[in-house]
Each structure stands twice: as C-alpha cells, then as structure tokens.
Design a protein around this ligand. Structure first.
Ligand code: PLP
Length: 405
C-alpha cells in the first residue's frame, strides 16, 4: 500500500499495544492489575453533568464556533486570572478537543518542516510523534545530573539555529517532577531573549502534593505584547477526571490564536458544544472534586513510594504531582519493553516501558487506581523479579509457580 511519508514515520503506540494485550487477557478472565493508566478513576463533577444534561434537554445541539463558545472562553479567562494572575481577552483563548488538539494546532501554527522543538526528558510519549506529524523534529533534553529536574543549562546546550520552540510539562508525565520556580523563570526569560516559542503544558498543574502551589509562567514574563511567544495549554481531562469529554484549551497572543483557529476550523471545527458546556460546569462549579482527587492521589503516591522503596534494586524519586512515578528497574532488566511484557505475561501487571518516554531501563507506574491495585501490583512485580522470594504466589485461588530464573 502506498502511504505518505508522515504516515510511515508514525510508529504504532507500544502503550496502546500493551493496553490491548491487557484488555484481551482481562476478557479471558485473567486478574489484570493496571498500573499503566493515564486517567483518574473519580467521577465527573456533578456541575459538569448537570450542565451537559441541561443543554442536551434543549434538543438543539449545533455547531460551535471554531475557537470555542464564549461561556467556555469566559470560564478559561476566569481560570487564568485565578491560577495565572493574568487577565486575557476572549481573542487570546482557543478551546480544542483536548489539550492534545490544542498542542497539535499550536505546533501546526508555529513549526515548519525540519524545525526543532525541544522538551526535557523523560517526556510525554506524544511530543516526538506530534512533531513528526508537522514534519518537524522533536529534540529531547535529558538533565545532565541524572535527575528529573532540568536546569536551564540542559536546555541551552541543545538550542541551535533550527530550534523554534520549547515544551515544558510540569509536573511531568512520566516522572511526576514539578520543576522549580527558578527553572520556570529561567526558561521563560531564556525564550523571550532567544525569541523562541514556549509551550507550557500545564495539564497536571493542580494535581500537586505536599502543599505545593501551581506555578504561573506569566509571573516571570516581561513581554505581554502581541509578540509574546508564550503558549499555555490546559484542560479538564486530568484535574476534573473528564478524559472522555475531550476539552482542552490554549492561551496565547491574539495573532497566534487566530492562526490556530484557522487550522482547527478546517481540521475538526470547534469542539462539541455539549462537551464545552460540561467543561464550563466543571470550571465554574464547586471545586471540591479537584481537592478530593488531589488528596487521594497524594495518599496513593505515598503508598506507592513505601512499596517501591522497599523493593530492593529499584530506584525511584518521589513525584511532586501527577499520578505517575518513573522507577529505574535496570537492575532487573535493561530492556523496558521486554520487562513490561514479562510482567504482563508472568504476573498480569500492566506497566509502561520507560523507553517510550525517552529513558530505557525505567517503567512508568500509575497510582491513579485503587490502593489494592498499587499494593498487590507491586507485590506481584516483586515476586516475579526478586528471585529470593518464595517459589509460589497465589493470585486469588490461582497458584503461580516460578518457572524462570
Ligand atoms: C503531558 C500531557 N499533555 C497532554 C495530555 C493530553 O490531554 P487531553 O486528554 O486533554 O488531550 C496528556 C494526556 O495524557 C498528557 O499526559
């Protein structure tokens, strides 16, 4: 079959392949534990459901403007004032089908063929593929000190004449690291000085622990003119557990939002009006669900850390936010894809291979499920990998016998 060069360059998602494998095994009745998940398990806020139902009941569900409905833009403006201390106009806001589409149209609006977009590693799996989709090149920047906290020097070193943009995702998927105010300040000022676009992927910015407060990139910006190249991305997927609603947004200069709107208009049109109404309900409604989710995740994080810290041979640093941690399993197996497959085959625990996030030898483990998923999942992994553990393991009334060394 003759496919485009772009189609040929996009690899099948190994993450999806593992998810499918787990789904097939679960359907067969295998007791799968999912430590690979990317979505909170809490319920959608009631205000979001009521707003959707109210609009559905009108029986008139029409096209939305390509850049989003005004009440949703107003909700984003209010949100930006509250969390970013910045007043923006409706023309500075575009509503997209998920943060993913907001990121994608931003890249389509700013990147030319062969230009580079840089991001700290480990990174979200989609960044390099999104860059490829616009013919650009994703460049990972691994912190030199071996931590998950980049310094501005790590970024500077990789910026060259082809660099057009930088993406910062803090707290970070997959490491859970929340970058310091100093780093955010440095990177905002560096991009202003070098005239680079800076995309802040803030999708997890309220899911942070230990009393931390969300950081606003605007607090460090100097250029608030139409030439500003700062783009803030956010959405309802993670903080409101509304992944299936597919609503995200971008805040940027009016010129850039206009360009992104033109692209989105031809690509998908505006996101469903019904789902935007739901997002308005979530953003303007009672915020207790976000606090509850954050507290649940912090507790889950603590349990996950306790279990991993007592897992000999595994190195992990404590996440500051998100619902992921990124643990070094290279003492057990260097090839993280093989290790993931081994764990699903032997003890039915689904994990995500670190190589897809830019670091081989690591696994991304999610703690967005139940406490029993976390504890039993890690126990099973320990049994499979630590050859000093007993030869047999019971999963329910099923007896597993180790037949590997
Ligand atoms: C870092 C990061 N950015 C963006 C997204 C996309 O979010 P959305 O569901 O709003 O498209 C995700 C989802 O996993 C993510 O992890």
């Amino acid at each position: 079959m003759s496919l485009s060069e772009i189609a040929k360059s996009i690899s099948a998602s190994p993450t999806l392949a593992l998810n499918e494998k787990a789904a097939i095994l679960r359907e067969k009745g295998d007791p799968i534990i999912h430590l690979g998940g990317g979505e909170p398990k809490s319920k959608v806020p009631m205000d979001a459901l009521m707003a959707t139902a109210a609009h559905l009941n009108t029986g008139e569900i029409r096209y939305a403007p390509a850049d989003g409905i005004l009440p949703m833009k107003q909700a984003v403006i209010r949100y930006t004032e509250e969390y970013y201390h910045r007043h923006v106009a409706p023309e500075n806001v575009i509503i997209s089908s998920g943060a993913k589409q907001a990121l994608m149209v931003a890249m389509q609006a700013i990147l030319n063929q062969q230009e580079e977009i840089l991001f700290p590693a480990p990174y979200w799996v989609s960044y390099p593929e999104m860059a490829k989709l616009v013919g650009a090149i994703g460049v990972p920047a691994l912190p030199e000190d071996g931590s998950f906290y980049p310094r501005i020097e790590d970024i500077e070193q990789r910026v060259g004449s082809y660099t057009k943009a930088i993406i910062i995702n803090s707290p970070n998927n997959p490491s859970g690291a929340m970058y310091s105010e100093e780093f955010i300040s440095d990177v905002v000022q560096f991009c202003e000085k070098k005239n680079l676009y800076l995309i802040m992927d803030d999708i997890y910015h309220r899911l942070i622990f230990d009393g931390k407060k969300p950081i606003s990139c605007y607090d460090y910006a100097k250029d608030f003119s139409e030439n500003s190249k700062l783009i803030v991305i956010n959405g309802v997927s993670k903080q409101y557990a509304m992944t299936g609603f597919r609503i995200g947004w971008a805040v940027a200069s009016k010129k850039l939002i206009e360009a992104m709107t033109n692209i989105q208009a031809h690509q998908t049109s505006g996101p469903s009006v019904l789902l935007q109404k739901a997002a308005v309900g979530a953003l303007n409604g009672i915020q207790s669900s976000v606090d509850n989710l954050r507290m649940t995740l912090e507790n889950n994080r603590n349990v996950m850390m306790d279990y991993l810290n007592s897992f000999e041979g595994v190195r992990v640093s404590q996440p500051d936010g998100t619902f992921y941690c990124f643990a070094d399993f290279s003492n057990y197996m260097k090839d993280s894809t093989k290790l993931s497959n081994f764990l699903i085959d032997k003890v039915q625990v689904l994990t995500m291979p670190g190589v897809d996030f830019g670091l081989e030898g690591y696994l991304r483990l999610s703690y967005c499920g139940s406490i029993s998923d976390i504890t039993e999942g890690i126990e099973r992994m320990k049994w499979a990998l630590d050859l000093n553990s007993p030869n047999e393991l019971y999963i329910g009334d099923r007896k597993l016998v180790r037949d590997w060394a």
